[in-house]
Design a binder for this molecule. Structure first.
Ligand code: XUL
Ligand code: MN
Length: 344
């Protein structure tokens, strides 16, 4: 029997319906309710920003941070949940205003490294070893404001500092080419893997691929996944969808491009991703128009569509496709794929 996929979500996926053009449209959801929703919808893993796990950690001494993270672990245990990863949230703090690791301010850079080490402490106390690095403001809006050569070295220093904080820590870099900055310094999986290969311990640096981020870079998410899978470096995914080159839409998996979603599921299946024990996360957000009572439908739908596409990948007419490929009849292959996707 095939290994079952393990699913995960972050509290930010059960949001309050805010966008840059208006205030929240739904009441805040308590963390207990996030955990309840995860259990109800069959999500085993919880993804954390460091301050999701330990609120106000900036103002707490390290021992207190660890104690609070352990309390959080107990809450997870009580609900049969596990922590998938912790991501240092550098982009909301005043020191992170111009990026953390690549800030032009030395104090801010020092702060970013220290905060990342605290995030490692939080992860260890939560019983997980994965640190997600989303380099949110590590880039420029005014291209001449930072030196990209210096910035690459600073990103490498940050990776090495995190690796040095615990021999158990693994890093999954989550690249995104833009938003909130115009040009990010680590915009694609190729950049992330190249940086990891130059780190102090390349075996502990991999990637998290978000579908929308790949699309925003003009790339095919399934090819990005294939590239990382070939290197044994795909340690998490944020499946969602994206209607072309716009803002990061975080829509339901498959909502904009069902065939593209199928291709992502197929490559995960081909690589035996479920066997690695890595999670399938959905970085999706409820639409602003959604009423509070049904504001988790985007998560349930993403998971249901993923599982439907797993069936589609497993029932794919491989022999017929192989014949099309052997005779170089890619028009026939196109038809085979489309008919399969449309079949009941
Ligand atoms: C941002 C994004 C983040 C990361 C975690 O676009 O995807 O939510 O996944 O910080
Ligand atoms: Mn993401």
């Amino acid at each position: 029997m095939a290994t079952a996929y393990r699913f995960s979500i972050g509290p930010w996926n059960i949001g309050r319906g805010a966008d840059p053009f208006g205030p929240p449209v739904r009441p805040a959801v308590s963390f207990d309710d996030v955990l309840k929703t995860a259990v109800q919808l069959g999500f085993e893993g919880i993804q954390f920003h460091d301050d999701d796990a330990v609120p106000d950690l900036e103002n707490l001494p390290p021992a207190r941070i660890e104690a609070e993270a352990k309390e959080m672990k107990k809450r997870l245990d009580d609900n049969g949940l596990v922590a998938e990863f912790v991501a240092p949230r550098l982009w909301e703090h005043e020191h992170g205003i111009d990026g953390g690791y690549t800030s032009n301010c030395a104090t801010a850079r020092k702060w970013a490294i220290e905060r990342s080490k605290r995030a490692v402490d939080v992860a260890m106390a939560l019983g997980c070893d994965l640190i997600v690095m989303w380099p949110a403001r590590e880039g420029t809006a005014v291209r001449e404001s930072k030196n990209p050569i210096t910035a690459s070295a600073q990103m490498l220093d940050a990776i090495n500092a995190i690796l040095g904080a615990s021999p158990k820590a693994r890093i999954a870099i989550e690249p995104k080419p833009n938003e909130p900055v115009d040009h990010a310094f680590v915009p694609t999986i190729g950049h992330a893997l190249a940086l990891g290969a130059r780190s102090a311990d390349p075996a502990r640096v991999g990637v998290l691929i978000e579908s929308a981020h790949a699309i925003l870079a003009g790339l095919d998410p399934s090819d990005e996944m294939g590239f990382a899978l070939a290197a044994g470096k795909l340690w998490s995914v944020h499946l969602n969808d994206q209607n072309g080159l716009k803002f990061d839409q975080d829509t339901v998996f498959g909502a904009a491009n069902l065939r593209g979603a199928f291709d992502q599921v197929r490559v995960l299946e081909q690589a035996g991703y479920a066997d690695t024990g890595a999670f399938v996360g959905f970085d999706v957000k409820a639409q602003r128009t959604q009423k509070a009572a049904s504001a988790t439908a985007h998560l349930a739908t993403s998971k249901a569509i993923f599982l439907r596409l797993v069936e589609k990948a497993r029932s794919f007419p491989e022999k017929q496709a192989a014949e099309c490929i052997a005779s170089r009849d890619y028009e026939a292959l196109e038809r085979t794929v489309l008919e399969h996707l449309l079949s009941a």
